[in-house]
Design a protein around this ligand. Structure first.
Ligand code: ZN
Length: 411
């Protein structure tokens, strides 16, 4: 997707702001001697921003405006070391709400909807983003936050909630509870807006079937506003990313070179009008591709495909590159298996091994099932995993992002 003249001018304004602020990227620009970009080629020569740059700037080193203009901060979870703090100006907060409200509109949600928000509120960007977009749209927010399933289901029935906002694993947990309690006829949900966690087609189908709702994938990350910078429309041909706020590129994660539309690689994002903490060419490590051509809805905002994983999730097993998505697709080809799975990778006796845990009900022969799955992985990807079949409900469901790939080789 080529950068437009307007987007280039917006990038130039960001460059000036960053140089003036002398934050990490301002310094990179000075070192590179760059003050302006005039073309696509110039833009693609700009240095990348990395998560580590943001960590090094902790706590407030990203600020690109005087502190008096900052009205709020958010922080990404610091599961792997120092957290990242993103400062927002009043305009940034408003721009985020405008983008989020547009997401709801693309999902066909209106001011007459009642939106139950189950992502967490607080330092991270989830709950408050869903909330601000809902209020901007004029719908009724039911700000539940995560957990307390009994209360969630009670409010869902009493308030006749029409939209559920959740992670895919929590949506599945609620769907399973609704089925177990036999209360489906008391639920009024029409749509689910699901956070950007990677989720497979099998899981999507289960949530869709059990809740009977249309599902929308929302994209975003704390470093770039938060969730709400893109969503799929009703034609479900990929997530539109708001090109008046964000410029999207796809690069080869190994070489850093830009890839043509249609090819899979790492998403790199540039904020076009952000004030508090503008980011240029930020490497997300999310894997996707730009979908070529136009969406039937007529929107000019470019589309990216479902997130296929993390570039750092790419697993090398016995010399073969494997993405979790490939395993997920193979598992989804077995109707006997649930959508839950876990992959463990370990290094035993000088060899890498992959163990795959899958769930099924009691109607199939576990040993036979395990052999069929292992054979299909061997024939499609080229190595034989160890497959363990367990009873339905044994694998962990969580209200947070599920960790389905556990690499024990580096522990
Ligand atoms: Zn569309």
């Amino acid at each position: 997707m080529e950068i437009s003249k307007l987007q280039l001018e917006q990038v130039n304004k960001q460059i000036q702001r960053l140089i003036a602020s002398n934050n990490f990227y301002g310094k990179k620009l000075k070192e590179a001697g760059v003050e302006r970009v005039e073309s696509q080629a110039d833009f693609e020569k700009l240095p990348f921003s990395q998560k580590q740059d943001l960590r090094d700037a902790y706590p407030l080193g990203l600020m690109a405006v005087p502190e008096s203009e900052i009205v709020r901060i958010h922080s990404s979870s610091g599961t792997t070391g120092v957290p990242v703090i993103i400062p927002y100006t009043r305009k940034d907060v408003e721009d985020w709400a405008i983008q989020f409200a547009r997401c709801y509109e693309y999902a066909g949600i209106t001011e007459n909807d009642r939106i139950q928000i189950t992502p967490g509120y607080g330092l991270w960007t989830a709950g408050i983003g869903f909330q601000a977009g809902c209020e901007r749209l004029g719908a009724m927010a039911v700000p539940m936050g995560p957990g307390n399933t009994d209360k969630q289901l009670q409010m869902m029935q009493d308030l006749k909630t029409t939209v559920l906002c959740a992670t895919s694993s929590y949506a599945l947990l609620l769907a399973e509870e609704i089925a177990k309690r036999g209360i489906k006829d008391k639920i009024h949900l029409k749509k689910g807006v699901i956070g950007s966690e990677r989720w497979g087609d099998a899981m999507r189908k289960r949530i869709h079937d059990e809740l009977g709702v249309e599902l929308y994938d929302i994209y975003g990350l704390t470093e770039i506003y938060g969730p709400g910078i893109g969503i799929n429309c009703k034609y479900d041909t990929g997530m539109h990313i708001w090109s008046d706020y964000i410029y999207v590129e796809i690069i080869d994660p190994e070489t850093g070179k830009n890839l043509p539309d249609g090819e899979w690689g790492e998403i790199v994002l540039t904020t076009l009008v952000k004030e508090g903490a503008p980011l240029i060419r930020y490497r997300t490590h999310d894997l996707s591709r730009i979908i070529p051509g136009e969406c039937p809805c007529g929107s000019k905002h470019p589309r990216i495909d479902v997130i296929a994983g993390r570039s750092d999730d790419m697993m090398k097993i016995k010399g073969v590159n494997v993405f979790p998505k490939q395993i997920e697709e193979i598992l989804a080809s077995f109707p006997e298996l649930s959508s839950e799975y876990q992959i463990h990778i370990s290094h035993l006796d000088g060899r890498d091994t992959m163990r795959i845990y899958v769930e099924t009900n009691g109607s199939v022969d576990f040993a036979l099932m395990a052999k069929q799955v292992a054979d299909r992985v061997k024939s499609r990807i080229g190595f034989t995993p160890i497959v363990k079949v367990v009873e339905l409900g044994v694998l962990p469901r969580s209200e947070k992002k599920s960790k389905r790939v556990i690499d024990e080789r580096f522990d």
